[in-house]
Write a protein that binds this ligand. Structure first.
Ligand SMILES: Cc1cc2nc3c(=O)[nH]c(=O)nc-3n(C[C@H](O)[C@H](O)[C@H](O)COP(=O)(O)OP(=O)(O)OC[C@H]3O[C@@H](n4cnc5c(N)ncnc54)[C@H](O)[C@@H]3O)c2cc1C
Length: 288
């Protein structure tokens, strides 16, 4: 098996550094301090030619504040409206959080590598995510649901700090009805919570994994991904079958500035989706 994630389509923007105006069509609050922004390019030709693959990200620009990398969280089969689930973490994202429907932002992208959905065909998939890490995996889940017959057993293991921090919970029933097993957990339950309590990697103990037939895809805090990889390896899933999405501070997004260097790779162009076998020597090392 090749170590690279799935090949991605060529970028649909002529100048990769030029943001294109997009209007905020909708803002959906998802959890405390997290909302999904649905964006539509104002230029009709840009809107009609824009395409992305699950796992890719855009750079969102707010004049006077700056630019941030944000994963695309909507369905690749409806690329005219591009969803971004944003956590208000610092100066740019908090300023984005003050915007209203109808206001404009700049968007350039899509950038980066994609989840290995072609490699995953006819295999079982274990998708493991923590907190806002579900955002870049949602397009993969929606794509799998559209082509469900192409895959074997598909399991989502998902957790957050509290029940209120879980994203997209109103979609879980339709994901389950579509053939995705959903197991969720929280660190801290409330009186209404009937699910698991504990860390995300512990959800591995609730499923059986056929290591030769399974691909693992994970996104979340690095400490969580480290233990997810540990649990997958403990079940003899080959390193080559484990894919993770990495985050690093990013500026240019096109492999030029070097801000997101990680070992010999640049997260913006070689990632964010990377194969564990390819990055094992650097993963979990503070200096990288
Ligand atoms: C490929 C990629 C995809 C991303 N997808 C999303 C997404 O879907 N939704 C979302 O909300 N955020 C996402 N991020 C993270 C987002 O780009 C950062 O949180 C961004 O820097 C916030 O900018 P800010 O100016 O609001 O905060 P800043 O003022 O830059 O930072 C706020 C705090 O977050 C820390 N920080 C900044 N960037 C990162 C980072 N990349 N990783 C960890 N900590 C960081 C800073 O050190 C600081 O403590 C993604 C990042 C990458 C690289």
């Amino acid at each position: 098996m090749s170590l690279a994630p799935d090949p991605v389509l060529p970028r649909t923007m002529s100048d990769p550094m030029l943001p294109h105006p997009a209007v905020i069509e909708d803002i959906q609050p998802e959890a405390y301090g997290i909302s999904t922004f649905s964006l539509v390019f104002t230029d009709p030709s840009q809107a009609s030619t824009y395409r992305f693959q699950p796992g890719q990200f855009n750079m969102i620009y707010l004049p006077g504040f700056g630019e941030v990398a944000i994963s695309i969280s909507s369905s690749p089969s409806a690329p005219q409206v591009v969803g971004h689930t944003i956590r208000y973490a610092g100066s740019v994202t908090r300023a984005l959080g003050r915007l209203k429907v109808g206001e404009l932002v700049g968007v350039r992208g899509p950038y980066g590598s994609a989840w290995p959905l072609q490699k995953a065909e006819s295999k079982n998939l274990v998708i493991v995510s923590g907190g806002i890490g579900l955002a870049p995996l949602r397009p993969a889940l929606l794509s799998i649901l559209r082509h469900r017959e192409n895959y074997g057993r598909v399991v989502l293991l998902y957790g957050a700090r509290t029940p209120a921090d879980l994203l997209y919970t109103n979609e879980f029933a339709s994901w389950q009805a579509g053939g995705i097993e959903v197991h969720s957990t929280v660190d801290l339950a409330d009186e209404n919570w009937r699910g698991q309590v504990g860390v995300v990697p512990a959800l591995f103990y609730r499923i059986r994994v056929d290591p030769k037939q399974t691909l693992v895809m994970t996104c979340g805090p690095e400490i969580m991904m480290r233990f997810v990889i540990y649990e997958a390896l403990a079940r003899r899933v080959p390193k080559e079958s484990i894919f993770l999405s990495m985050e690093r501070n990013m500026k240019c997004a096109v492999g030029f500035c070097g801000h997101c260097q990680f070992g010999p790779t640049f997260i913006c162009k070689d990632g964010p989706v990377l194969n564990f076998a390819a990055i094992e020597p650097f993963f979990g090392k503070e200096d990288f």
